[in-house]
Design a protein around this ligand. Structure first.
Ligand SMILES: C[S@@+](CC[C@H](N)C(=O)[O-])C[C@H]1O[C@@H](n2cnc3c(N)ncnc32)[C@H](O)[C@@H]1O
Length: 273
């Protein structure tokens, strides 16, 4: 019998003890930029509400909340019990689960989101399973949208935080640039996979999705926001600097060369009809 997929204990520990994921996209300007841009990109691709959305790796339901407010029926899947306790406060339903083995029946959702699993799954085989499961449960012609962390995000981030002159940070960043992998047991985040834009598009296309498009979420100026908040201790949300970074993300969209300047990318594809 095939064993059930297991989520690494460090993922459970990270989201239970190290950070409160429910505040990540609202407590910093770069987080807010990620939220606003994810909303505006995803809304272009979503069907009319009401429609059924499976939010796989939905965490405490930050995206579920606005999707519910937009009129969608949202079901959150996440392996972290704390998130499954928090998510129903958004009006979504929620269930413990793993992107690699979904309980949902075939063709049962209009939209499947994978905003988290692809960077938490280090092995190509696991990411392929998660995408295959998304394609299995979405209806023919339905939307699959997947988020990834960009290959160069850790380089930009640690310039902003100035931690790049710390040996173990520089070594970890060098490894990510070379291999795409943040190895288990290293500080800062869980083990994770950092995609190139081409690699992300290839994974969605290889899964059988059509019309695959990769969007840069935060654009080229997110690290300016991060660095400014880090070094002044002041929020720059709702300031001209934030609005300029948001505008820069929008202006950068037509230029594939600038995809890798974003911290995150959002890939969309359609299930064959
Ligand atoms: C950074 S959070 C993102 C939460 C939310 N989707 C968002 O975009 O803000 C990543 C999420 O992926 C979840 N995750 C990690 N491994 C997973 C897996 N194998 N299957 C499903 N979700 C997973 C984590 O528990 C966490 O809630």
């Amino acid at each position: 019998m095939t064993p059930e997929p297991q989520v690494a204990p460090e993922v459970l520990d990270f989201y239970t003890q190290t950070i409160d994921e429910s505040a990540r996209l609202t407590s910093s300007a770069d987080g807010k930029l990620e939220l606003v841009r994810t909303q505006e990109i995803l809304r272009r691709h979503l069907p009319s509400s009401p429609a059924r959305v499976l939010d796989v790796g939905g965490g405490p339901g930050i995206h579920a909340q606005w999707l519910v407010e937009d009129g969608f029926q949202v079901h959150v899947i996440d392996p972290v019990p704390r998130h499954i306790d928090q998510a129903p406060e958004t009006g979504a339903t929620a269930e413990l689960g793993d992107a690699r083995k979904l309980a949902a029946p075939d063709d049962s959702y209009d939209v499947v989101l994978l905003f988290g699993p692809l960077y938490h799954l280090l092995d190509q085989e696991d990411r392929d399973r998660a995408l295959a499961e998304a394609l299995r449960v979405v209806r023919p012609g339905g939307l699959v949208a997947a988020a990834a962390i960009g290959r160069y995000a850790s380089l930009f981030e640690h310039v902003a935080t100035t931690l790049l002159d710390v040996d173990h940070v520089r070594n970890a960043v060098t490894d990510i640039l070379t291999t795409g992998v943040h190895q288990p047991g290293r500080k800062g985040f869980t083990a994770s996979y950092f995609h190139t834009a081409e690699g992300l598009a290839e994974e969605l296309s290889a899964a059988g999705l059509r019309d695959v498009k990769v969007h840069g979420i935060e654009g080229p100026a997110w690290a300016v926001l991060k660095g400014t908040e880090q070094h002044t201790g002041e929020s720059v949300q709702d300031t001209p600097m934030f609005r300029a970074a948001l505008e820069a993300a929008r202006l950068a969209e037509p230029y594939p060369d600038l995809l890798s300047a974003s911290s995150h990318m959002l890939a969309t594809g359609t299930a064959p009809a």
